[in-house]
Design a protein around this ligand. Structure first.
Ligand SMILES: Cc1cc2nc3c(=O)[nH]c(=O)nc-3n(C[C@H](O)[C@H](O)[C@H](O)COP(=O)(O)O)c2cc1C
Length: 369
């Protein structure tokens, strides 16, 4: 397999993202909001724990539980075993998974196997291809991806859907960042019209407002991943990469904008009324966090760093982690007296603290229902 010698530096960057986030949590100053959300306890659950039904429809698939492993990696040789481990787990547990940005594989065909391995190991699971919205525009250093290239990213994975990630916070901090953004919505609209696969618009750590979500819906996306603030912060990750290179501006921008973003819980409440399936990614660490996101109206949750850490330890560690996570999620539905995910999504919950203040200032009336 190819070594990461691409002059663009993309494979090296992708490797550093894994190394930095695996070492320690790259948390910014914003918290995701789960600590402010309380589900109401049902002292009479009136459903058997084992009968709690976690099955969920998403993008034409029936998931065994509303859980995706969020797109992380691919495009460097070390990514192949990670994607293989993640894929085996989602196949076994009936979950879904994304891969990381496929730009490196489109530039260097020798790296395509680092993504394709996911489909080899997960022949029936919901798999999501991944490209960045900035790559739909000419960035000066690099031309815009063509429709044929995007289709190739989907075909490499025999993907069920394409994630287009929105990562301008990361791009603005990265010394080599792609910051041309004018016209991106029109490019996304053209892409959605041209592709037969559904498109998911996914933020990557700065969250989404309702107004922005409405624009994405009009562009033709089939689902939203709010990618809220409070989990892995790419401002923090890029600040560390910049510091290691003695790049003072990148370090400074990353440190300052570690406090940027709309918390994941707030982003979920904002975007659910738009009427598309909402995936809550960003700081989901337990099955109880996931249950809170679902109670706020999300259709599914996405988990990145915890799955990466476990996958680096191997198949058994990832299976054990997912089993624990799903047990927590099942316990939350049981204790809330919700026999199904749909029932949980219709339940009342209490919102306190900073999350309540955010929501009130955004015009939401509490209690939410
Ligand atoms: C090592 C690493 C690489 C990532 N690369 C991508 C990527 O290429 N494309 C993308 O859409 N998101 C990427 N993400 C973002 C995750 O999908 C997710 O949105 C983010 O990490 C927040 O989830 P977490 O708090 O559970 O880590 C990456 C995350 C990690 C940890």
């Amino acid at each position: 397999m190819a070594e990461p010698t691409d002059p663009s530096g993309i494979p090296q960057r992708k490797l550093e993202h894994v190394e930095i986030t695996a070492r320690q949590p790259a948390l910014g100053a914003v918290t995701p909001g789960w600590a402010d959300i309380y589900l109401l306890h049902a002292c009479l659950p009136e459903v058997d724990y084992d009968a709690v039904d976690l099955r969920t429809e998403l993008l034409g698939h029936t998931l065994a539980a509303p859980v995706l492993i969020a797109g992380m990696t691919g495009g460097h040789p070390q990514a192949a075993p990670i994607n293989a481990t993640l894929a085996r787990a989602v196949e076994r547990f009936g979950l879904g998974m994304g891969v990381g940005s496929q730009r490196a594989g489109l530039r260097q065909p020798a790296l395509r196997g680092t993504y394709a391995v996911a489909r080899e190991q997960a022949p029936t699971a919901l798999l999501l291809a991944n490209i960045g919205l900035p790559q739909l525009l000419d960035q000066g250093s690099e031309p815009a991806l063509t429709l044929a290239q995007v289709q190739e990213a989907i075909d490499t994975l025999r993907a069920d859907a394409l994630v287009v990630h929105l990562n301008y916070l990361q791009e603005v901090v990265q010394p080599e960042g792609d910051t041309r953004a004018a016209g991106a919505l029109a490019a996304l609209t053209r892409l959605c019209a041209a592709l037969s696969a559904p498109v998911v618009a996914k933020e990557t750590g700065a969250g989404m407002t309702r107004a922005q979500a409405e624009r994405l819906k009009q562009a033709g996306v089939a689902a939203l991943d709010v990618g809220g603030a409070g989990g892995t912060s790419f401002a923090v990750v890029e600040a560390q990469r910049a510091a290691a290179r003695g790049h003072t501006l990148g370090t400074r921008l990353g440190q300052t904008f570690a406090a940027w973003g709309i918390p994941t819980a707030v982003s979920v409440v904002e975007t659910v009324p738009v009427g598309l399936p909402v995936i809550a990614t960003g700081g989901i660490r337990t099955g109880l966090d996931a249950a809170k996101a679902l109670a706020l109206g999300a259709t599914a949750v996405g988990i990145a760093r915890p799955a990466l850490i476990a996958a680096l330890e191997g198949d058994a560690a990832l299976s054990a982690w997912l089993e624990g996570f799903l047990a927590e999620l099942r316990a939350a539905l049981f204790l809330a007296g919700a026999p199904t995910v749909t029932a949980l999504r219709q339940q009342r919950c209490i919102v306190l603290g900073a999350t309540a203040a955010w929501l009130e200032q955004l015009g939401h009336r509490l209690p939410l229902r």
